[in-house]
Design a protein around this ligand. Structure first.
Ligand SMILES: Nc1ncnc2c1ncn2[C@@H]1O[C@H](COP(=O)(O)OP(=O)(O)OP(=O)(O)O)[C@@H](O)[C@H]1O
Length: 580
């Protein structure tokens, strides 16, 4: 039985019961991010963060990091998911006491409630979780003594950064890996993270590194230090674990804890609701290909063992930025939109930081626009360019409206350019590389940052703003219209060139020759040129806001679709009599 929309509904199959329990949970728990949980779509195939058993008879995994949930977990909602094996609700704002009856989840193997505001003591009923392997309650407000319970399957436990007191029970020291730092515990328990996990010795790692194909010598050598210094939970649960616990405990103390450590543990943290099944050192073994070197480091294409391909961006220059980097990753990972390239996972250690994305086979808009004519023709006809522009506008508009950066500041992209835009499955633009600029070292030469796309007032990478994003988007539009790269040479400034050509009249000289062969699109191109020119206005306050830009581009696209529709209808109308 469930009360969904006020009705009492009897569910027949267990998975339907699970679905109703989840809907009850969603309806009764305030949250700030959108979840696509609709009663009309199949829970097992489409619901974000939900996975089912192979025969789709039960929900078995629920991962909802960073959805902005608030308040206590409502009674009689998640507790009804009795088949669940993984429950991860980290990086939300849940509060209230932890459930006192954990026997409702007899199959649980991973419980991650870290980085919330749960309070009260750690319930003894946790001992009912006889299959639990990973238990992470770090960075909450739990108090009292740690109960002396035995969890036979536990491999890793993290209770760091709570208000726990007393001694660590002897039974806990039998777990292979544990972390209790940042509490008020007595004696050695208060020491920074302890682990009994076997450390990966340097010679072993060196072997791995040398065995690695081409995942970049630089990556490997930097990673060696990182990997050797990490605790290296050496079972397949590594990807479930937290990168860091020192998150929300009030600015300065959290920062100090992180920077106070000489070497920081690194973990691959999955962000897309699925489990990223590889460890950092696995990545070193996979065949890799360098895709290019950018402002922040290099990007590699990796062929994973399971046959999937990913793009791994190795970020240099961000040492001593672990907390900010992790916060940004969680924020960006929480942005779900069809025009934003989803960040699958990230890795953070004090020495190496990786961003893991799906690999886009078609390449970036830049590589297609300035690459082979056949690809350009296939993907970037006028209609294709409009789709790229509209997708990129929608994605950027979403970031500007939805995303909140640190201290509630609005999130900005900071590095909008054609090499950071890819094609989604419908050929619309899909933007990547969000927010990294804001972490960048301001002393890095300006010439290295977003050459050709940077707004004139953006003297320091860290003063990127929504207005500078709009400027960069305008440059992208001009690039799509002219077919010219804004960074062809430092002397040829695309914006100035377009401005000089159109100063006298709206001349067709600016447009890409590839486009001029197509009849009937001049009006649309001129309208897009107007939008681009407005975006690159010299004064930031004269530039339109992104939601307005989206509307304008949308209007051009919609008008085109209507034209095409009526053209098709006309032609099909003409064909019919001929068939008779
Ligand atoms: N997910 C991806 N799929 C396919 N290619 C990618 C992916 N991510 C990046 N690339 C490509 O890899 C190359 C290097 O990317 P990278 O982001 O490191 O540098 P960039 O985009 O040239 O500059 P910046 O660092 O300023 O963003 C670029 O050509 C980019 O288009």
């Amino acid at each position: 039985e469930s009360r969904f929309h006020g009705q009492v509904v009897a569910a027949e199959r267990p998975v339907e019961e699970d679905k109703l329990a989840l809907l009850d949970f969603l309806l009764t728990t305030p949250h700030s991010r959108f979840l696509n949980w609709s009663p009309d779509i199949p829970v097992c195939e489409s619901w974000t963060g939900v996975s089912c058993s192979e025969d789709q008879s039960r929900v078995v995994s629920l991962r909802l990091p960073g959805i902005g949930f608030q308040g206590p977990i409502p009674a009689n909602t998640l507790t009804r998911l009795s088949g669940i094996t993984v429950l991860s609700l980290r990086f939300n704002s849940f509060s209230g006491r932890l459930s006192s009856d954990f026997s409702v989840w007899p199959n649980l193997t991973v419980l991650d409630l870290s980085n919330n505001g749960f309070n009260g003591s750690i319930p003894r009923s946790l001992s009912r979780l006889t299959r639990i392997r990973v238990l992470n309650l770090a960075n909450n407000s739990l108090s009292g003594e740690i109960p002396d319970i035995d969890l036979p399957s536990l491999k890793w436990i993290n209770l760091s950064y709570n208000n726990l007191t007393g001694a660590v029970p002897e039974s806990f020291r039998r777990f292979p890996s544990w972390a209790f730092t940042g509490n008020n515990l007595s004696s050695e328990a208060a020491n920074p993270r302890h682990s009994r996990t076997k450390r990966l010795g340097e010679p072993t790692l060196l072997g791995v590194a040398l065995g690695a194909c081409t995942f970049g010598f630089a990556v490997i050598s930097v990673s060696m230090v990182t990997c050797c210094s990490s605790h290296g939970v050496d079972d397949d649960t590594a990807a479930e674990l937290e990168p860091s616990s020192a998150k929300k405990k009030g600015g300065s103390s959290g920062e100090k804890r992180i920077s106070g450590r000489s070497k920081k543990e690194g973990r691959i943290v999955s962000l897309d609701g699925t489990r990223f099944p590889y460890r950092f050192r696995d990545l070193l073994k996979f065949p890799a290909e360098v895709l290019g070197k950018g402002t922040f480091g290099s990007t590699y294409k990796l062929a994973l063992k399971d046959g999937n391909e990913v793009a791994v961006k190795w970020v240099a220059e961000l040492s001593d930025m672990d907390t900010k980097f992790e916060q940004l990753m969680e924020l960006v990972g929480g942005l779900r939109h069809e025009n934003i390239a989803p960040l699958k996972a990230y890795y953070c250690s004090s020495d190496a930081k990786l961003l893991i994305y799906d690999y886009y086979r078609e390449g970036s808009v830049s590589s297609v626009l300035h690459g082979k004519a056949a690809d350009r023709k296939r993907l970037l006809s006028w209609g294709g360019r409009l789709k790229v522009a509209l997708g990129a506008a929608r994605g950027l508009g979403h970031i500007h409206i939805q995303g909140r950066g640190q201290h509630g500041k609005k999130l900005v992209h900071g590095n909008m350019k054609a090499s950071n835009i890819f094609f989604n499955t419908q050929g619309f633009g899909c933007i990547s590389d969000i927010g990294l600029t804001t972490l960048m070292n301001p002393t890095l030469p300006a010439s290295l940052q977003g050459l050709g796309y940077r707004a004139p007032e953006m003297t320091d990478a860290r003063n990127a703003s929504q207005e500078t994003d709009v400027y960069s988007f305008g440059v992208l539009l001009l690039e799509l219209l002219t077919g010219k790269s804004p960074k062809q040479s430092a002397q040829s400034h695309l914006v100035r060139w377009v401005q000089s050509v159109v100063r006298e009249e709206w001349s067709s000289e600016v447009f890409d020759l590839d486009l001029l062969t197509r009849p009937g699109i001049e009006d649309e191109m001129i309208e897009m040129l107007r939008i681009g020119m407005a975006c690159v206005s010299r004064m930031p306050e004269e530039r339109p806001k992104m939601p307005v830009v989206v509307e304008m581009v949308e209007a051009v696209y919609q008008a085109r679709s209507i034209d095409q529709l009526s053209a098709n209808q006309e032609s099909s109308f003409q064909v019919k009599p001929a068939r008779r």
